[in-house]
Design a protein around this ligand. Structure first.
Ligand SMILES: Nc1ncnc2c1ncn2[C@@H]1O[C@H](COP(=O)(O)OP(=O)(O)OP(=O)(O)O)[C@@H](O)[C@H]1O
Length: 138
């Protein structure tokens, strides 16, 4: 089934000049970039985007990090996009990420971990609409 997912190249990747390499990996793995834009989230945006993690011990650090610089937000499309992109990202902690994944190659640590991808098709729809106005539901 063709799906869309929301990806964010996080501020550490932009700062480290890894965005181009990450975009190439994404395209080489068969994802079409349907929409793309630079975003610099403020604290309110970040608290809303990561609302599900409110109250967790890492929440404030996560909000500080994601607002620390510009990101690149994208809608990616392909067959089975949500799960396939999670595989391409690798585990949240780069020390546990499988070789060849974006996080194994480019993440610094569990907070500065290079990339975000939606974790379900329902969340993909919500997250794509957070950054872009989309009509069609995949
Ligand atoms: N135990 C933790 N310590 C520090 N940061 C964490 C921890 N767990 C999650 N995070 C941060 O919160 C983000 C969202 O957590 P989540 O569990 O949704 O991870 P993920 O699905 O692998 O990553 P993402 O949502 O960014 O795609 C993670 O990417 C990471 O930066």
């Amino acid at each position: 089934m063709i799906q869309q997912t929301l990806a964010i190249i996080k501020p550490d990747s932009v700062r480290n000049n890894y965005a181009g390499k990450i975009l190439s990996l994404i395209v080489d793995h068969g994802f079409s970039i349907k929409a793309i834009k630079g975003v610099h989230m403020d604290t309110r945006d970040a608290q809303r985007f990561y609302g599900i993690h409110t109250g967790k011990p890492f929440f404030d650090k996560l909000v500080d990090f994601i607002t620390s610089g510009p990101c690149i937000a994208m809608i990616l499309e392909k067959e089975n996009a949500v799960d396939d992109f999670r595989k391409l990202m690798g585990a949240t902690d780069p020390n546990e990420a499988e070789g060849g994944t974006i996080r194994s190659l480019f993440a610094e640590n569990k907070t500065a971990n290079a990339i975000h991808g939606s974790d379900s098709s329902d969340n993909a729809f919500i997250e794509c609409n957070f950054f872009f106005s989309i009509q069609e539901r995949f």
